[in-house]
Design a protein around this ligand. Structure first.
Ligand code: TNX
Length: 520
């Protein structure tokens, strides 16, 4: 008996040790992996070899980042050297462009993929291994990897508070490090309009005035040139940028600049909507979307469509809307809203763009192959169901656990809660679509996304505090290997020194007193 207990104890200890050794220090955890004895030495003799010129951008990226990290100026060669990092183009089974395989030994590193996306994702795995080692000898692993979900997104609201180009680039760097690949940019809302539109310059100069904390703050918006720079920066990291131009609600900033297209609002939400009863509104917004489309090669634009009822009361007294309702036999304001969205969606389709929208828009019938619905109201699973029944593809970003403006710890004071509930690390890690979507519909789930709404995020400290480390939990869940929270925490510990080095004001779940919650 005693021997049995001892045996069990030893066995479980051994199992723990084995497990501790058996996962590579990489977030998100790769699909399959195997530790290889020995280590690969990174030094000034290491070269980067590519067998196909189409991988030269990725080789340059690796070269630049290794120089930044290690001050090693590796050369790129078209012949393999004695200790090369080889980036090889190779046909792979399946059509997952982001899949790759990494094979390491003390003699060399071989990263192969069929596409640039896969090579890039593999490079980030290698960077995790490199940053986990104190010196330049890198532990060796063989890895086969591909994401479960093609949409691994992060949304940033820059209307409520504007953070600017450098902050966005830093976010894109971290997103790339964690293999996130969609940057959803919420550029317009009530406090500020943040994107230059050449045909309507007042959108920036007047619509850009103010933010959620200070309605008189000097105008802040991105010029088209800055937008192009960021889109390019993201593309180098294999991240697609999707702009959101919210309509017909959340339009106050635009309405300050061009009041002739305002549909009014409510007492609590003044000038909240665009005016669907004014024919000119459709042309105005279509012209805006045309400029937006030229800036973003994503072939999709998010049109918002959320919370219109907050401020469409004035539509009841609008002569243009009354005429519209009579002409098109629209019975109530929700039909007016639908009419408006269908016309705006048509403008997008004419530009060969898809329409992306919040889950309120699942009430409307669009062509399903051109529509992507973002399910955010975690208390309304029926709305997700409705979207699925209409055959729409969906992105899951339920408030809990993926609204990163929600607090992440019971002790936190600033930030949202939902009847006391909030979005801690464990919930963000453990999220699985299976909980909400039944089997036959699962393939309509393109992925997951976290949304950083910024009403109560006014400083970069809070921005960082709310984002890190929850962004890693999102990454694990969306990559699809999120079934061992304890193991994830072990790997997360290795990220803490990187945040310290990167000067981030992160929330440290292992030492909560390290960074007290910022006040704003
Ligand atoms: C709901 S999500 C909103 C946002 C707010 C957010 C705050 C959505 C489509 N609308 O306008 O910023 O809640 O958590």
């Amino acid at each position: 008996m005693k021997i049995n207990v001892l045996f069990l104890l030893l066995f479980s200890l051994a199992a723990q040790l084995l497990r501790a050794q058996a996962t590579p220090p990489i977030i998100p955890l790769p699909g399959s992996y195997q530790e290889v004895t020995g280590s690969f030495l990174l030094d000034s003799k290491t070269t980067v070899y590519i067998n196909d010129p189409s991988f030269s951008d990725e080789a340059l990226f690796l070269q630049k980042i290794l120089f930044d990290m290690k001050r090693l100026p590796l050369s790129i060669q078209s012949q393999p050297g004695s200790r090369s990092i080889s980036l090889l183009k190779e046909n792979r089974a399946g059509n997952n462009k982001e899949g790759y395989s990494l094979k390491m030994s003390p003699k060399g590193v071989t990263l192969s993929a069929g596409d640039k996306e896969g090579i890039f994702r593999g490079i980030t795995s290698l960077l995790h291994l490199i940053s986990a080692s104190e010196d330049n000898s890198i532990s060796c692993w063989n890895i086969e990897d591909a994401p479960r979900y093609e949409w691994r997104g992060f949304m940033l609201d820059e209307s409520r508070h504007f953070f600017g180009k450098e902050k966005v680039k830093q976010l894109l760097d971290w997103m790339a490090f964690y293999k996130l690949n969609r940057f959803h940019w919420h550029l317009t809302d009530e406090p500020g309009w943040r994107i230059e539109i050449k045909k309507y310059p007042l959108l920036g100069y007047i619509g850009g005035i103010g933010n959620h904390s200070d309605s008189d703050a000097a105008p802040q918006f991105y010029t088209q040139e800055e937008i192009r720079e960021i889109v390019q920066y993201a593309a180098e990291r294999k991240i697609v940028v999707i702009p959101e131009i919210d309509m017909p609600g959340h339009a106050r900033a635009a309405n300050r600049a061009y009041p002739q297209f305002s549909g009014g609002g409510s007492e609590r939400y003044p000038e909240f909507t665009f005016d669907p009863g004014n024919e000119g509104t459709y042309q105005y917004l279509t012209d805006i979307l045309k400029e937006v489309n030229v800036l973003f090669p994503s072939e999709m634009i998010h049109l918002g469509g959320d919370e219109v009822h907050f401020g469409n009361g004035a539509w009841n007294h609008n002569e243009g809307i009354k005429t519209l309702m009579a002409k098109h036999n629209l019975k109530d304001l929700s039909q007016v809203e639908k009419y408006f969205m269908v016309r705006m969606a048509d403008s997008l389709f004419a530009m060969n763009n898809k329409i992306l929208a919040w889950d309120e828009m699942a009430d409307i019938s669009f062509p399903s192959e051109k529509t992507l619905i973002f399910w955010w109201r975690h208390d309304q699973p029926a709305q997700l169901e409705k979207a699925l029944e209409k055959d729409y593809k969906v992105v899951l970003c339920p408030r809990i656990p993926y609204y990163f403006d929600f607090v992440q710890d019971s002790t936190h004071a600033v930030g949202r809660r939902w009847s006391g509930d909030f979005a801690d690390l464990k919930k963000a890690y453990s999220f699985t679509p299976e909980k909400w979507v039944n089997g036959s519909r699962l393939e309509q789930v393109v992925g997951m996304q976290a949304n950083l709404w910024t009403e109560v995020i006014a400083t970069t400290e809070r921005f960082e505090f709310m984002t890190f480390p929850r962004i890693t939990a999102l990454s694990e869940a969306a990559w699809g290997q999120n079934n061992d929270y304890d193991d994830y925490l072990e790997r997360l510990k290795l990220q803490i020194p990187l945040y310290e080095k990167g000067d981030l004001y992160f929330f440290n779940p292992f030492n909560v007193s390290q960074t007290p919650e910022p006040k704003r």
